[in-house]
Design a protein around this ligand. Structure first.
Ligand SMILES: Nc1ncnc2c1ncn2[C@@H]1O[C@H](COP(=O)(O)OP(=O)(O)OP(=O)(O)O)[C@@H](O)[C@H]1O
Ligand SMILES: [Mg+2]
Length: 262
């Protein structure tokens, strides 16, 4: 299979700070890929660019062969890119089920007119998204919380809910920003199984930022390493673990694997 995503010579400057410098990378369709690097390396900035929250200073983002840099987030959601956030963003005062239904909503055909008038098309779609959302909650393992407000879920469960919402948008490419942050070891094992299932049962391509080295090495076919805005390595997990520049980048900053907060 070809590349679903190509990042070409992307740079991002914030005033005097060069957050990304000439970064190029690819993600193969159907794969799980990892993006790692010490704090401040530019990982989230790259996600913000891919998902349309930032426009790169220079360079290109190619999704399914077409340039997409500069498109707004909602357009990228429509064409098949969606993400989760390092700092969870859910509608905290809405229920778990409603949060996932909102994910589906960007795929439905009814507009505001139908919603206000509660037309039969609206009611029919409402029933369909409800059924799909329930199935998806079951898939990620949080169906028993469907009527809880999102804010009442534990941190680990909120992360799963955010992933469910991203899946619900129909994303072909899911960007997960530190999905295991704040999870205990048992929850991390559950997350690993979930990401695998999203990939091989739902057929979604996954790019994940992760500080837990064990997790990212276990999940990823290919890993890209950023350090201070530059790509310093890419390869399979074995290549990355023994790569001198990667070891140097982490050791140089007294890195503690997996033990930092979002
Ligand atoms: N919107 C912004 N405006 C100004 N500076 C920013 C902005 N976003 C990020 N930065 C800066 O860009 C650099 C890269 O930040 P980024 O959040 O991409 O790092 P990261 O690799 O995700 O780090 P972490 O592992 O801590 O999440 C940092 O120095 C950060 O302060
Ligand atoms: Mg980050």
């Amino acid at each position: 299979m070809g590349n679903i995503l190509e990042i070409k010579n992307v740079s991002m400057r914030f005033g005097g700070l060069q957050a990304l410098h000439d970064v190029s990378m690819t993600v193969e369709e159907g794969s799980i890929a990892g993006l790692i690097g010490p704090n401040g390396a530019g990982k989230t900035t790259l996600f913000n660019i891919i998902s349309g929250f930032l426009t790169p200073t220079s360079g290109e983002v190619i999704f399914e062969g077409k340039p997409v840099h500069g498109l707004p987030p909602y357009r990228l959601t429509e064409i098949g890119i969606n993400r989760t956030f390092q700092n969870i963003r859910l509608l905290q005062e809405m229920t778990v089920l409603q949060n996932v239904q909102l994910g589906y909503h960007c795929r439905t055909r009814t507009g505001l007119f139908d919603a206000l008038g509660r037309t039969s098309l609206f009611k029919q779609e409402e029933e369909t998204t409800r059924r799909q959302a329930l199935e998806l909650l079951d898939f990620v393992g949080i169906a028993q919380y469907k009527d809880e407000l999102a804010k009442n879920l534990s941190y680990g469960l909120q992360r799963k809910l955010e992933i469910a919402r991203a899946i619900a948008t129909g994303a072909k490419l899911l960007l997960l920003d530190e999905p295991s942050a704040g999870m205990n070891p048992a929850e991390k094992d559950g997350l690993a199984a979930l990401v695998r299932a999203i990939n091989d049962q739902l057929g979604r391509t996954v790019l994940l930022i992760e500080h837990d080295m064990r997790l990212v090495m276990y999940l990823s076919q290919k890993i890209t390493v950023l350090n201070q805005g530059e790509k310093i390595a890419e390869g399979d997990p074995a290549q990355i673990q023994s790569h001198p520049r990667v070891i140097e980048a982490y050791l140089g900053r007294s890195y503690k694997g997996g033990e930092r907060s979002a």
